[in-house]
Design a protein around this ligand. Structure first.
Ligand SMILES: *[C@@H]1O[C@H](CO)[C@@H](O)[C@H](O)[C@H]1NC(C)=O
Length: 274
């Protein structure tokens, strides 16, 4: 009996999605595939000029998966960092923003719902949180897409055959969520004995060493005053953001922005007012 239901939903969902106009995206995630060659160099690793920027991310080939640790007010689950974004910085650490205002979509929620990307949307509702003092979650998603998402060369509409308005943003949100799920900063720290505390203090080097020991790579961390509140994990991209491979690398030294000692990793208990 179970297999009949499973088969039924497997067949039905792609048809519903197709009816909505996204023939190559299913509700389970990315479905569209590019024909980018696996022999292309990774972004920022080319030795000659790459001309097909649908398959080679440029100039934003240094990709930062940024996460928040918001404690005042606390956002998201108490045992997880939350998503800030996925930023295509240039290989020299400069960056572009707001690359195509004509694609500043007015409802990311509608785009994801219409594409059948409901599991991505519900994940975002839990893990991609705005500071309520700054606005709604939807406003953060719109900002992240408009400011950073529109700068991906490999997500240009002209790269996508049979393009439907907004579909590249759906791919962006799917990839951000998928990558974030592999970067559980809370568990990385916990595995090294570092858990939130309102009294304990840390050095910058001990936090970076713990994160490297747990994940294999050194991220960059940021603080608000002496409170740890943000992290960036660094990647290059081989192929297109639609279906390419993220290749992690160590944050350049000096990219962290915290005091060298006395850093607090505060609990998300809404009780951190001093
Ligand atoms: C790599 O390709 C990009 C995009 O075409 C280009 O701007 C850059 O100069 C290239 N780098 C090298 C070392 O050729």
């Amino acid at each position: 009996m179970l297999s009949i239901f499973t088969l039924g939903s497997t067949l039905l969902l792609p048809l519903l999605v197709e009816a909505a106009g996204y023939a190559n995206l299913n509700s389970m995630g990315l479905f569209r595939r590019t024909s980018c060659s696996a022999s292309l160099p990774a972004s920022c690793h080319n030795t000659t000029v790459e001309t097909d920027l649908c398959c080679f991310e440029a100039p934003g080939g240094s990709i930062l998966q940024t996460q928040f640790w918001d404690t005042n007010p606390a956002t998201g689950p108490t045992n997880s960092w939350t998503i800030h974004g996925l930023w295509p910085d240039h290989c020299d650490n400069s960056y572009s923003e707001d690359c195509d205002p004509s694609r500043d979509y007015s409802s990311i929620t509608d785009l994801l719902e219409n594409a059948g990307a409901t599991s991505t949307l519900s994940y975002m509702q839990t893990y991609w949180k705005n500071d309520p003092n700054d606005g709604s979650d939807e406003e953060l998603w719109e900002h992240e897409w408009a400011t950073h998402g529109t700068c991906y060369s490999t997500l240009e509409p002209s790269c996508i055959s049979g393009y439907s308005t907004g579909e590249e943003a759906v791919y962006f949100f799917e990839r951000v969520v998928g990558l974030f799920q592999t970067l559980d900063t809370y568990q990385f720290l916990k595995s090294q004995g570092i858990t939130p505390s309102s009294s304990k203090t840390h050095t910058q080097s001990s936090l970076l060493s713990a994160l490297k020991a747990a994940s294999g790579y050194t991220p960059a961390i940021s603080c608000s005053g002496s409170d740890l509140d943000e992290i960036s994990w660094y990647f290059n991209l081989q192929g297109s953001l639609i279906d390419g491979t993220f290749l992690q690398y160590n944050a350049p030294s000096g990219s962290s922005d915290c005091p060298s000692s006395g850093i607090k990793y505060l609990p998300k208990n809404n009780d951190n007012d001093v």
